[in-house]
Ligand binder design. Structure first.
Ligand code: TMP
Length: 258
């Protein structure tokens, strides 16, 4: 499968050298991890769905003027992206209490937050991605003040847009994680949105039933992971009603060893 040079392998994606300088190919795996990779598994078909969902969301964000690394989808599991220098900060945006904030501060899961919260985590698996403040980011030079200003601005714009997008399909956007990268142009760089936006890094609850339609199904052993991701894709209009052709087609191809 890979004649290309592999640049990086993460928990859910692989990056390969792209066809032109300054580009990479982002390959979406079916692997899933949780709790800093203490829990590992596979969600069959997840990569195909995340590739498609992330393509859709990044395209819509591009249309409203949020700069992203996305160029175009190449096939069911791969997309062409701009090569960036990843800023080692995970940006978490929260609208509703769930997950670590509920545990850490004792706020009941599902509590609507009086205002949106942005948190920063230092991207370091060995340290378990610890939460950090702006002060740490500035002190250790992980990002400049100007970059952090742009990041916070973009995170809010992305949140406003995604809240509306998901509300329109009956889904509550509880929280999500973003990553940003520096796009270099000679000696200058600007910050753009990178990584992916998919049910792997978002909490998405059905507005009526409260059902979890995201990676919490895997984290909490609820089952039905792929069906949940498929439901998100379907509601976004990416899969025709009741159609599982994309996944069936891929299974078929795999069987034939292509
Ligand atoms: P948390 O409640 O566990 O801090 O997670 C907040 C959001 O960030 C949730 O939507 C899941 C996402 N997230 C990731 O995408 N990667 C991670 O490593 C973690 C810890 C959270």
């Amino acid at each position: 499968m890979s004649r290309r040079r592999q640049i990086y392998e993460g928990k859910a994606k692989i990056l390969y050298e792209g066809p032109e300088p300054g580009t990479l190919i982002q390959y979406f795996k079916d692997d899933a991890t949780a709790f800093n990779a203490q829990k590992k598994g596979t969600i069959s078909g997840k990569g195909v769905l995340n590739n498609r969902i992330s393509e859709h969301v990044f395209t819509l964000l591009g249309n409203i003027g949020v700069p992203t690394h996305f160029i175009r989808r190449l096939n069911m599991r791969e997309q062409l992206i701009r090569q960036v220098e990843i800023i080692p900060i995970e940006v978490v945006v929260r609208n509703v209490a769930a997950g670590s904030i509920s545990k850490r501060l004792g706020i009941e899961e599902g509590t609507q937050l009086p205002r949106t919260i942005i948190e920063y985590y230092y991207k370091d698996d060995a340290l378990g991605d610890p939460m950090v403040a702006d002060e740490h980011i500035a002190c250790f030079g992980w990002a400049s003040q100007e970059e952090m200003h742009d990041i916070a601005d973009m995170a809010i714009r992305v949140n406003d847009f995604l809240c509306g997008l998901f509300a329109g399909i009956g889904i509550r956007l509880v929280d999500f994680k973003l990553e940003f990268g520096r796009l270099w142009d000679n000696d200058f760089s600007r910050v753009i949105l990178a990584d992916e936006i998919s049910p792997d890094g978002c909490r998405l609850w059905d507005m009526t039933s409260g059902e979890k339609l995201d990676k919490d199904r895997f984290r909490l052993d609820l089952g039905g992971e792929v069906e949940a991701y498929q439901e998100i894709a379907r509601r976004l209009g990416l899969l025709p009603e009741g159609d599982t052709t994309v996944l069936d087609l891929e299974k078929h191809r795999r069987r034939r060893g292509k």
